[in-house]
Design a binder for this molecule. Sequence first.
Ligand SMILES: NC(=O)c1ccc[n+]([C@@H]2O[C@H](COP(=O)([O-])OP(=O)(O)OC[C@H]3O[C@@H](n4cnc5c(N)ncnc54)[C@H](OP(=O)(O)O)[C@@H]3O)[C@@H](O)[C@H]2O)c1
Length: 255
Amino acid sequence: MRKTALITGASSGLGKEFAKQLAEKDYNLVLVARRENLLKDLARKFSQVKVHVFAIDLTAQNAVEDLVKYLSDQKLSIHVLINNAGFGDYARFDEADIGKLQNMIDLNVKVLTGLMYYISQQMIRRQSGYILNVASTAAFQPGPMMATYFATKHYVLALSEAVAHEWKAKGVKVCALCPGPTATEFFNQADMNNSTMMKSIKLPSAEEVSRFGLDNLFKGKTVAVHGFLNRFLVFIGRLAPRNTITALTAKALKK
Ligand SMILES: NC(=O)c1ccc[n+]([C@@H]2O[C@H](COP(=O)([O-])OP(=O)(O)OC[C@H]3O[C@@H](n4cnc5c(N)ncnc54)[C@H](OP(=O)(O)O)[C@@H]3O)[C@@H](O)[C@H]2O)c1
């Protein structure tokens, strides 16, 4: 029987690519995001697999529980969870919009944790399943001007590594995908197209990064950092003093 993958943030960027690639791998899909028209447009492209569209603001009260109830009502059991929905914000901490920061923590941390918790229950009982949590290279160092975003991604990485260890013998794989800057809507959403970093680098495509993420997930890798340069920077970051790394990141992120 065909298995089912659930992808959050499937309306654009990495999430849309995860959906396309999982459909190519013959998974039925549950597509989740707020923009229902984009999810429906995407769903129409996949005639070979069954697609469920669940349009919701995942940060709304009880949204995670509503999604889990929908899965149960539809008798859907999820074999692959792609915890991808997330966003950033580019501003000095005291000048940021506190509502936006709290909403970001809700989506990047609370919703990701809730979905992983509820959806893994069945996986653990079945002793099989795959969970890809989309972290970032931001998970490895503090990020002045994006302090809260970087901190949320530290959380995603630490959660994924710890739970992957807990489930070593359970048949359920957890992988933290850590992309560097990637060509998606992310930078418009975070209002950071003017940063030094964005002006100075050529970005890999969402297609390339999501393929890398799925390959590593299905190979059973726990942490997948995309790109040679990013892996090198993560390595160097472990050796250099923390305040040096923070200062260098501040330089890359400045306007
Ligand atoms: N692009 C990068 O450089 C980069 C680098 C490292 C990590 N990442 C991470 O990659 C993940 C995907 O981002 P992306 O780069 O593909 O950016 P994106 O194109 O902006 O995609 C974000 C997705 O999240 C969904 N989303 C946002 N808020 C939501 C909410 N409240 N409820 C439900 N869905 C919501 C959006 O859909 P709707 O607007 O339709 O709700 C969209 O589908 C994020 O976790 C991001 O932190 C990105």
